[in-house]
Write a protein that binds this ligand. Sequence first.
Ligand code: ATP
Length: 233
Amino acid sequence: MLEVNRVRAGYGAINVLWDLSLTIREGEVTAIIGPNGAGKTTLLRAIMGLIPLSQGDIALHGDSLAGRQTWSIARHGISLIPEGRLVFRDMTVEDNLTMGAFPNSRRAGVAHNLARVYELFPRLAERRRQLAGALSGGEAQMVAIGRGLMAEPSVLLVDEPSLGLAPVMVQEIFGILERLKAEGRTIVLVEQNTHLALSLADHVHLMQAGRLLLSEPAPRVDLQRLHDLYFAR
Ligand code: ATP
């Protein structure tokens, strides 16, 4: 459903993605793994239109996203949950979530989607009137994911949801991602923790230095080979 075709992109004169091609299939969890600096976040930014493509194309359901602005890509059905649990600290949990509905023109769905997010994250329902700045790291990650869901995206891009969280919180967040997967959502997961990524993913892409080293269905991934590729430089 989402096709990345021979994409080159980077930051000004620094190119990061080198002719990268991959396919994201509908209803699957696609994990993008790879070492620091491989370009995983840059790929998500390119999909979201946050950096321009210098070559190649990205298409959702056959419609090219190249050259579109981020709000237009969001409205087209892609949500990015960025690394670092970015929440508006001076706003309440509920206002943070409601902001996520912005790209959705069917604003009548806001109340329904809020109820759905609170059902997924009962802890956020309890804290709906609290300022987001007072939340724990795990709760802030829940807000970030919930906000991403508010726009009813057809593709959810999740960047390093486990980063810096206590193990019990990581389990909770991955439990939620597991539920979203069971609902048939399409998720692109960037994750440094290979074992976590493999536990959830249907398909795995290993990136290094802006290129793909391996693309395989998760059950077929040979951990030894993955390890060898990961550390081969
Ligand atoms: P990490 O897990 O460390 O976030 P990553 O695979 O997501 O790694 P990216 O964040 O995409 O990697 O970074 C890829 C390369 O792009 C790195 O060499 C990084 O230094 C560079 N880079 C990232 N952001 C910028 C920026 N805003 N300006 C210039 N270079 C950048």
